[in-house]
Design a protein around this ligand. Sequence first.
Ligand code: HEC
Ligand code: HEC
Length: 257
Amino acid sequence: MADDKPDRVGHRLLIAAVAAALVGVGGVIGIAANSGSTKAKTVTVGTTAASATAAAVDPHVAAGAHDFIQFACSQCHGDRGRGGVSPDVPALTTVAKGMTPAVLRSIINHGLGESSNPTKPYMPVWGAVISKTQVDDLIAYLRAGLPAVPTAEPVAVPQNQGPAVEGGALYVRDGCINCHGPNGLGGVPNPQSPDKTIPPLSGQDFRKEFNTQAKIADVIRSGSVIGRAPIVSMPHWGGIIVDAQLKALIAYIETLK
Ligand code: HEC
Ligand code: HEC
């Protein structure tokens, strides 16, 4: 319709006719350019989808890698289980491949080397805290050789922002939050223990019993073996959490309710 009008006027005005022709040509070029870019876009989408599929990680191995971070396995056994944190904690890289799923399940659920020796770390009891699915995924990850999985990394610890901020990040990084709850509020079940729950790190009872920094530091360093698996005990962190980080954790705990 728009083309009709300049066409009719063009009978009398040559310039108008030329202008109409230019609009027409421009229109054709526009359509060509549009279809060209539509084609190009389709090709790009196809390439992206293909490369994403190629890089996908087995969902169980990926979940296991994230569990390995969440439950702070990496804080004791090292990044991707490669050791180097403490002479008392073995590397898992080769060992885990040779263990059957049943043995791995038993070690994760029931711990290993647990003793009341306050100078040595032991493998904590996780059975009451961790689900069967999470143990299955951890086993898949261990038996796959603890591969690198994007974003399965411990939370960053802020520096130069004061010990309480640092301690808040360590509370997550060291996995304290899994057993003592967000904000140290407790409530995590420990059915076989006398209290039936893992104690909070907040509230009046806690403050009364742990009324000095030294008392809090002692229990974090040495742990507290309160019975055999499936009872969950307080892991021993001496030789794993360095003194400066211990101080930061205590500063954070002191900010809690
Ligand atoms: C507080 C430190 C600590 C944490 C956290 C920890 N471990 Fe351990 N783990 C140990 C110690 C110490 C041993 C060695 C125990 C022994 O042999 O007496 C061990 C042993 C093991 C073993 C047996 C290795 C072998 O050579 O016999 C496996 C498997 C294992 N841990 C897996 C895990 C997984 C999975 C997690 C996380 C859910 C985890 N560990 C978290 C300290 C820890
Ligand atoms: C696997 C579970 C588990 C993890 C992880 C854990 N704790 Fe504990 N923690 C316990 C249990 C169980 C007790 C109670 C021990 C007892 O009654 O003697 C305890 C006790 C404590 C206590 C003394 C409180 C009380 O009432 O007995 C402090 C403080 C503490 N933990 C701090 C920490 C910090 C800090 C971390 C992280 C570095 C941490 N815990 C990680 C299970 C855990």
